[in-house]
Design a protein around this ligand. Structure first.
Ligand code: PEP
Ligand code: MN
Length: 337
């Protein structure tokens, strides 16, 4: 349930909040320029809506049907803008995250970081802990990979985005700017709850076979524990189609933007699995209103230890950035500064 407070009565909202808390409920405040909204969290079924509507301070009362509250746009009508190491994500800002699937060596990560930075990337991606389907496949460099990411950050100034698989390693992620939760962990609720207690921005990828509502409920797990810095990432879902690795659900972007105030970006690399599809799908994602892209870029995709077939070279990334810059004004966005 949300209460819209009369503009000239917002100074009296404190008393109302105490009254609500006295009934065992929690509140979430959203103060916009013209509206103040009090979101009620908990079991509101026993509240007398007529009584609340009749209070002088209350302009309107709305019931929220959706099971996600904090992620719901009704709770928070304005777009959320998240600061990740100085980079603004959400609102009118469009961001570019680029880098290899996995960190492989110091030379590799620094060469790629320098190249993508030159083209305008805002943040560097690179996996150190990799969730591989086969236990025999390269599992990532682990803690050493994180150290190399930090070196690349120092060398280029690009903030870093990398995946966490086990909360026991959280202390290693102190210099990471955005912690990624991979598709396979989207419903690892213990991990979500733990990250909800951190103050790091979280990139929450959509699960391989999850609905939009399940994805938003996972965001809610993080937000309900106090961390509201959640960035959603559409990375393709499983369908009957096997030509592509996954099927990019572009319609999820405008839907998610309607339902939530959180930024949503697109990963065309995992969505398609084919490097030649990355440029057209990147442009389509920008045109559909996404808040950014996360793209796998490798200096030598044929030698990549992971996801080479979907990795593009730096010159292709550069061409994508130039074309995206033409699309952004059409959707009211600009590259984040
Ligand atoms: C990745 O980003 O390299 C990755 C494993 O992504 P996803 O979780 O979307 O498969
Ligand atoms: Mn990958």
């Amino acid at each position: 349930m949300i209460l819209i407070i009369k503009n000239d009565k917002k100074d009296e909202v404190g008393k109302l909040i105490n009254w609500i808390k006295g009934r065992g409920l929690d509140v979430h405040m959203s103060e916009g320029e013209n509206t103040t909204i009090v979101g009620l969290i908990g079991d509101t079924s026993k509240l007398d809506i007529d009584l609340i509507s009749s209070l002088d301070i209350v302009e309107a009362v709305k019931r929220i049907q959706e099971p996600y509250k904090k992620a719901n746009r009704k709770f928070h009508p304005a777009d959320t803008v998240i600061d990740a190491g100085g980079v603004k994500i959400g609102g009118n800002n469009f961001i570019l995250i680029a880098g290899p699937c996995s960190v492989e060596s110091e030379e590799q990560i620094i060469e790629i970081a320098e190249a993508v930075k030159k083209s305008g990337a805002h943040l560097l991606r690179g996996g150190a802990f990799k969730p591989r389907t086969s236990p025999y496949a390269f599992q990532g460099m682990g803690a050493e990979g994180l150290e190399l990411l930090k070196k690349a950050k120092k060398a280029t100034g690009l903030g870093i985005v990398t995946e966490i698989m086990n909360i026991n390693y959280l202390s290693l992620f102190q210099d990471v700017d955005i912690i990624q939760i991979g598709a396979r962990n989207m419903q690892n609720f213990d991990l979500l709850k733990e990250l909800g207690q951190s103050d790091k921005p979280v990139l929450l990828k959509r699960g391989l076979a999850n609905t939009i509502e399940e994805w938003l409920m996972s965001a809610e797990y993080i937000m309900s524990k106090g961390n509201e810095k959640v960035i959603l990432c559409e990375r393709g879902i499983r369908t009957f189609e096997h030509f592509t690795r996954n099927t990019l659900d572009l319609s999820a972007i405008p839907i998610v933007k309607e339902l939530t105030h959180l930024p949503v970006i697109v990963d065309p690399s995992h969505a398609s699995g084919l490097s030649r599809l990355v440029p057209p799908m990147s442009l389509a994602a920008a045109a559909a209103g996404s808040d950014g892209l996360i793209i796998e870029v490798h200096n030598d995709p044929t030698k990549a230890l992971c996801d080479g077939a979907q990795s593009i070279k730096p010159d292709i990334f550069d061409a994508i950035v130039k074309k995206v810059s033409v699309i952004l004004p059409l959707v009211g966005k600009a590259f984040s500064k």
